[in-house]
Design a protein around this ligand. Structure first.
Ligand code: HEC
Ligand code: HEC
Length: 222
């Protein structure tokens, strides 16, 4: 990891700790006096998701359309953050801005709690050779250009680390590539301290394809 990226990561941790009072970075000092993290109600989330969201993301959060992300098994706090970012326009997407416009912070937590409890259905990679190259890059990064290992933040099996590091395992390859390209182009800018924008700027198109092929076949341990 380069020095500047390491500093960005440390800063991201400190900033996130103040946003999520229960997060690991803060836990050592704040556990005793921190208020309980707000909780979502998965049953209410299921009712909210059943109408509009299910049409694009699947009734159980496993989307059938590669451009629409699978939400099953994703961390509740990450889902709530993305919905808040779509609503505020910090993450730009016309469809999702409309979909999140009427959601309250409690709705977002409830939806997150529902999707987090659904089991993801992984999709074996179409291109095994490319997936193997992706596995190597995911685990080791690239010392040549200072690309850190993805596993360090998204965990070795792709399950992520709640709540700020999303699960990537079992995601549609097409969606993963689209997000990496959007970070690289600066079109997606809701990552704290440009962590993912910096990382994606060090990836070629072929490396993005390889990573996405590998990730689509992972179960994330369940
Ligand atoms: C018309 C299709 C459509 C509908 C309906 C829809 N979504 Fe989405 N959703 C998308 C697309 C497309 C994206 C990817 C946006 C992008 O590229 O940034 C997305 C992204 C998301 C993400 C970000 C996932 C991630 O991994 O970062 C969340 C969370 C989400 N949607 C939740 C919902 C919820 C909750 C509802 C119902 C209130 C909903 N969506 C309704 C199409 C839809
Ligand atoms: C220093 C920590 C860190 C490292 C290393 C890292 N990521 Fe991330 N990644 C994040 C964070 C934080 C987010 C969530 C940004 C946000 O809040 O929207 C994220 C988001 C993503 C997303 C968007 C997921 C979604 O559902 O929309 C993808 C795809 C992704 N990372 C892929 C990778 C890949 C591939 C690598 C390795 C080349 C990598 N990341 C390395 C921290 C990291």
């Amino acid at each position: 990891m380069t020095r500047s990226l390491a500093i960005a990561v440390l800063m991201a941790g400190a900033a996130l700790a103040s946003v999520y009072p229960g997060s690991a970075a803060h836990a050592a000092t704040a556990t005793a006096e921190a208020p309980a993290a707000p909780k979502g109600d998965p049953a209410r989330g299921q009712t909210l998701a059943g109408g509009t969201c299910a049409g694009c993301h699947g009734a159980d959060g496993n989307s059938a359309i590669p451009a629409n992300p699978t939400l099953a098994g994703q961390h509740a706090g990450y889902i709530a953050k993305q919905l808040a970012n779509f609503k505020s326009g910090e993450r730009k997407n016309a469809i999702m801005q409309g979909m999140s416009a009427a959601l309250s912070p409690q709705d977002m937590l409830d939806l997150g709690a529902f999707y987090a409890r659904q089991a993801v259905k992984p999709r074996p990679a179409d291109d095994k050779e490319l997936a193997l190259a992706g596995q190597k890059l995911y685990r080791a990064g690239n010392a040549g250009n200072g690309l850190p290992s993805c596993a360090g933040c998204h965990s070795p099996n792709g399950a992520g680390i709640p709540a700020q590091y999303p699960r990537l395992a079992g995601q549609h390859a097409e969606y993963t590539v689209a997000q990496l390209r959007a970070f690289r182009a600066g079109e997606r800018g809701n990552d704290m301290n440009k962590v993912m924008r910096t990382i994606a700027s060090r990836l070629s198109d072929r490396e993005m394809d390889a990573l996405a092929q590998y990730l689509s076949g992972l179960t994330g341990g369940r």
